[in-house]
Design a binder for this molecule. Structure first.
Ligand SMILES: *[C@@H]1O[C@H](CO)[C@@H](O)[C@H](O)[C@H]1NC(C)=O
Ligand SMILES: *[C@@H]1O[C@H](CO)[C@@H](O)[C@H](O)[C@H]1NC(C)=O
Ligand SMILES: *[C@@H]1O[C@H](CO)[C@@H](O)[C@H](O)[C@H]1NC(C)=O
Ligand SMILES: *[C@@H]1O[C@H](CO)[C@@H](O)[C@H](O)[C@H]1NC(C)=O
Ligand SMILES: *[C@@H]1O[C@H](CO)[C@@H](O)[C@H](O)[C@H]1NC(C)=O
Ligand SMILES: *[C@@H]1O[C@H](CO)[C@@H](O)[C@H](O)[C@H]1NC(C)=O
Ligand SMILES: *[C@@H]1O[C@H](CO)[C@@H](O)[C@H](O)[C@H]1NC(C)=O
Length: 428
């Protein structure tokens, strides 16, 4: 099952020479040797969807969309089906041709569009063949997509809620000169938006939703109202991209990352490290997360790789764990944000594209939270009450259990052994 990964692109001769002159000889051996792929983590955004909401004066209401707001469209399904096929091709020889439940786990946020995207993606990845065909008329087989309820998702839904320290960092961000300048610069524009959309207030943070609605409508050939000129759309786009920076970067970037994207990065790095353990008998080869643009931005901001633009539909951040022929491990990352191009190789700011695992862990450490609740300054009373409630519930359960046990023991004395046996057989 050896899977060799060739360097993604052949660097021009001069660049190679430059590299040789810079790189220690020992490194070179591994840099151009054969690498075996060991583990892959994939995080993608859902595909094309209807807008999440409409603004008050919007001529297109929820009924203009076949399934209402926030739903995956057929374009979105096609995008993910295509991404699934791309992943299948990319990992041919690494993943089995046929679906093997030990090799891949898919986890999604609990939204219709991310769950459906994951399903469309898997349909592209694992069309049944041979013995996996269960209905000859269907080039599809069921494959599980796991999720947790929206309120309990502490991994993929950003910004992560219930973090007071993050709230005050956001407040401080809004008092920075960069933010205030932006608000001043676009003051008239924001006023105009307020007037045209009928929204009660329009701020830099709420602009993304206006942009989102208009963007979705334009993609689906719904003619915009006259005030929506290309220049207005361009300004909206700039402000919307800026709002992603406001959320995850711009001010105390590292601390914000520890409270947000670092949580997911921690999880991913642990999973990767586990796969590199010498005695790893793990059969899991691919971990897939189906989530949102904010998930990708949170993660890429924590990695200090965010390119400042909202990740497009079905864009996909990939981590690959590779084993060099000297036995050491490295991590390579890619971002597929354009379906007409090969994924862009991404590298940590202070590491090579094939970043030695140990360096990867060391370089990401500053954004990995040690104790998230403490760093979020979650009031201890809340944590204490949680503990007290937990203890009370456990205590009560224990009492109940002991009670039941005693009851069962007492009743058992009343029955003969033969009678019990019959009851048991009846139930099997
Ligand atoms: C996956 O591929 C390996 C090697 O080709 C094979 O031994 C194994 O049986 C396959 N698993 C499934 C479920 O097809
Ligand atoms: C189905 O399996 C057969 C034999 O294992 C193989 O030759 C064929 O290419 C597969 N078809 C697809 C569509 O993967
Ligand atoms: C927000 O930050 C400003 C200055 O940074 C501070 O004066 C204000 O009290 C803060 N407000 C809240 C609600 O934390
Ligand atoms: C204020 O924001 C505008 C628009 O982004 C920019 O062109 C300008 O350079 C900024 N000025 C300062 C002082 O940051
Ligand atoms: C927008 O402004 C115009 C004129 O300034 C006013 O007549 C109109 O009522 C305003 N619309 C809204 C929705 O506030
Ligand atoms: C990897 O992460 C997933 C969920 O994100 C978790 O369920 C799983 O236990 C982890 N697997 C291993 C073996 O690291
Ligand atoms: C895709 O990502 C790369 C790397 O961050 C960036 O250079 C490029 O501009 C992005 N393209 C699009 C269409 O977002």
């Amino acid at each position: 099952m050896a899977f060799a990964v060739l360097p993604p692109c052949q660097p021009p001769q001069i660049a190679t020479l430059f590299l040789i002159s810079l790189t220690a000889f020992g490194l070179l051996n591994t840099a151009f040797g054969e690498r075996k792929l060991k583990f892959v983590t994939v995080l993608y955004r859902h595909g094309d969807r209807s807008p999440v909401k409409a603004y008050p004066t919007d001529p297109y209401k929820e009924s203009a969309w076949p399934q209402g707001f926030g739903q995956l469209t057929q374009d979105g399904m096609r995008q993910h089906f295509e991404l699934g096929q791309v992943l299948k091709r990319r990992y041919q020889g690494f993943l089995n041709e046929t679906y093997d439940r030990h090799q891949i786990i898919v986890r999604s946020t609990d939204y219709d569009r991310t769950l459906m995207s994951a399903e469309a993606n898997l349909a592209g990845m694992y069309p049944p063949n041979g013995s996996q065909v269960f209905n000859p008329n269907l080039k599809w087989q069921p494959i599980p997509v796991h999720t947790v309820p929206q309120g309990e998702d502490k991994l993929l839904s950003f910004p992560l809620p219930n973090c007071p320290r993050f709230d005050s960092l956001m407040n401080e961000t809004k008092h920075t000169e960069a933010f205030l300048n932006m608000t001043r610069f676009y003051k008239d524009f924001l006023e105009m938006l307020k007037n045209r959309t009928g929204l009660e207030n329009s701020t830099i943070e709420s602009v993304w939703s206006i942009h989102d609605t208009l963007f979705c409508e334009a993609l689906h050939h719904m003619p915009p109202p006259p005030w929506v000129t290309p220049a207005v759309m361009e300004k909206l786009r700039r402000l919307k991209d800026f709002s992603f920076q406001v959320l995850f970067g711009m001010y105390k970037h590292e601390e914000k990352s520890r409270l947000q994207g670092g949580v997911l990065l921690d999880h991913i790095v642990r999973n990767i490290t586990e796969s590199a353990a010498p005695d790893s008998k793990k059969r899991l080869k691919m971990m897939v997360y189906s989530a949102h643009d904010t998930t990708i931005v949170a993660l890429q901001s924590a990695l200090n790789l965010f390119n400042g633009r909202q990740p497009p539909y079905a864009s996909c951040h990939i981590f690959e764990l590779l084993q060099e022929d000297d036995g050491s491990f490295s991590v390579a990352m890619y971002f597929r944000n354009d379906s007409t191009k090969d994924p862009y190789p991404l590298a940590l700011p202070d590491c090579a594209q094939y970043c030695p695992l140990l360096d990867f862990v060391r370089l990401t450490k500053p954004v990995i939270p040690v104790n998230w609740e403490e760093e979020c300054q979650v009031p201890s009373t809340i944590r204490d009450t949680e503990v007290i409630i937990g203890l009370t519930v456990c205590g009560s359960l224990l009492c109940l259990l002991i009670g039941l046990l005693l009851l069962v023991l007492c009743r058992q004395r009343d029955f003969t052994d033969g009678y019990q046996h019959v009851i048991n057989e009846d139930h099997s």
